[in-house]
Design a protein around this ligand. Structure first.
Ligand SMILES: NC(=O)c1ccc[n+]([C@@H]2O[C@H](COP(=O)([O-])OP(=O)(O)OC[C@H]3O[C@@H](n4cnc5c(N)ncnc54)[C@H](OP(=O)(O)O)[C@@H]3O)[C@@H](O)[C@H]2O)c1
Length: 357
């Protein structure tokens, strides 16, 4: 049986709920009958709603799945959460085989669902397209195993890595197709984060339900800047200053300690994760903020337009430190390359993240 193809289907189904299930994982499920024909599909659609296995199994009549196979990208749960355990329902419906992509990364529950299924005499096949399944739920894995926010950076540059000319001209480097993809990428993250400089230079709207602006000296215009017009907004600023007393209800001002003259990014990320329940952040800023954030980055989405500025005066997309020896460079690994004609996008992860994934 081609379980890899069926697992791809699960990943595709799971992906339909991007942006709707956080802090839960993305999960999709396919059910085969005893003749190995697909009889149902399901996915976890929204936080608090049915898990993928339940969604798929409850579409079937009482005995339809008996003797069949269930394929799912994540180990079925064995505990009572917002819904009853999926492992129990699988047993009750009489399936004879369960194929999973990866174990539950939560160290406290990992393996328990599989144990329950095996104890009930169900054959379990593990690790089908495991790396793809892990990539799909990389935010959830980091949340469960490291208790930290997942940090991604999006940047759009010329072929020579510039985000703007020396005079600051930058709109638009990439094409409409590339910019449409940025909207899909934003949807995968709990919030987007940008800087005071980018707000002042571009006056972007950055459509998203939660936005974070780093504005150490409170120099952006909180009344008129487009970014503040919609969404829930967190503004981090130097804790020694006083935030405006009167401001729109959607703005939350958070005092922040300073490190080397800049807002302490580690503090910003911890605050968002621990106090606001934000599990992932997409940074969309210029070279200076990107440069400072690079050491925290789990992932980069780098769009390249086939343009060359060709001098040293343009702004670099990662402005951080002078690397003297090539062996001291920050290393990333390319996990995908997509074309948004005439541009391309590379998706990169930290080169040592293979251990984590
Ligand atoms: N092509 C792209 O993908 C893209 C995306 C966004 C922006 N841009 C362009 O980028 C340009 C701005 O780039 P930029 O390098 O001048 O600015 P930037 O990297 O967007 O922001 C730098 C500013 O962020 C604030 N900041 C707060 N905490 C920081 C920290 N820990 N580390 C670093 N910065 C911190 C600082 O301002 P304070 O301390 O004063 O608050 C600093 O001046 C604009 O022209 C914009 O068009 C391009």
């Amino acid at each position: 049986m081609d379980y890899e193809n069926l697992m791809k289907k699960c990943i595709e189904l799971a992906g339909k709920a991007e942006g709707a299930v956080s802090p839960n994982p993305l999960v999709g499920c396919v059910v085969l009958n005893s003749d190995e024909k697909i009889i149902s599909e399901g996915y976890h659609k929204k936080y608090g709603e049915n898990h993928a296995e339940r969604d798929a199994l409850l579409k079937l009549s009482e005995d339809e799945a008996r003797g069949g196979t269930l394929i799912v990208n994540l180990e079925p749960c064995s505990h009572f959460g917002k819904t009853p355990p999926c492992a129990d329902l699988i047993i009750e419906k009489g399936l004879k085989k369960v194929v999973i992509g990866m174990k539950d990364p939560n160290p406290i529950v990992s393996g328990r669902g599989l144990e329950k299924l095996k104890n009930a005499g169900i054959e379990v096949i593990e690790g089908v397209l495991e790396e793809d399944c892990r990539r799909l739920n990389e935010v959830f894995i980091k949340d469960m195993t490291e208790n930290k926010i997942f940090v991604a950076i999006k940047t759009a540059t010329t072929l020579d890595g510039k985000i703007a000319t020396a005079s600051g001209s930058s709109k638009w480097i990439t094409s409409d197709g590339a910019r449409a993809e940025v909207l899909n990428i934003r949807n995968r993250y709990d919030c987007i984060l940008t800087s005071s400089s980018t707000v002042i230079a571009d006056n972007p709207t950055m459509r998203h339900k939660t936005k974070v602006v780093l504005d150490r000296t409170l120099k952006t215009d909180f009344k008129t800047a487009n970014i503040y017009k919609e969404g829930r907004i967190f503004v981090f600023y130097d804790e020694k200053l006083v935030a405006p007393l009167e401001h729109a209800k959607n703005l939350n001002f958070i005092p922040c300690p300073i490190e080397n003259g800049r807002l302490d990014l580690e503090y910003v990320f911890e605050k968002l994760y621990l106090e606001e329940g934000i599990k992932s952040v997409l940074i969309e800023a210029g070279g200076r903020l990107n440069g400072s954030a690079l050491k925290f980055a789990d992932k980069i989405y780098h769009f390249f337009a086939p343009k060359i500025l060709g001098d040293n005066s343009g702004k670099s997309c990662y402005d951080f430190r002078q690397v003297e020896d090539i062996s001291d460079a920050e290393n990333f690994r390319i996990v995908s390359a997509k074309t948004f004609s005439p541009d391309i996008m590379l998706e990169l992860v930290k080169s040592d993240s293979v251990k984590k994934f």
